[in-house]
Ligand binder design. Structure first.
Ligand SMILES: [Zn+2]
Length: 121
């Protein structure tokens, strides 16, 4: 039998402990790193709840896929894709900005700039 050390998916710390069970009975763990303290599971019942799904949605969006395509590719619901994208909005603003700017043919101003908080674009 081989013991694989458990790592926190957020900070890679190996200092983790048990933290009860999920609603469906899967073991939950807590990171004991003082700066992290996040909880996680090693086995998820739903694909949309896996930590990897968030980064998959990010990369598929950056590569030009829409919500329906991402939902179909990853096998998760459109509402999960949509809610995750709302959470990723600060990281994705540059994707939409570049697209809108190319459509307008000139640098965006006014509301678009103030929403992004950058006056130098
Ligand atoms: Zn951690």
């Amino acid at each position: 039998m081989v013991n694989i050390p458990l790592k926190c998916p957020h900070c890679e710390s190996q200092d983790v402990g048990k933290f009860g069970a999920s609603a469906v009975g899967k073991q939950r763990y807590i990171c004991r790193n003082k700066d992290c303290r996040k909880t996680f599971q090693t086995d998820y019942s739903r694909k949309g709840c896996r930590p990897q799904t968030r980064s998959d949605i990010y990369f598929l969006t950056v590569n030009g896929n829409g919500i329906r395509a991402i939902s179909r590719i990853l096998g998760i619901s459109r509402s999960k894709v949509s809610s995750t994208l709302r959470g990723l909005e600060p990281e994705l603003w540059h994707v939409n900005h570049a697209c809108l700017e190319s459509l307008a043919g000139k640098p965006l101003g006014g509301v678009a700039q103030s929403m992004m908080g950058r006056a130098d674009i």
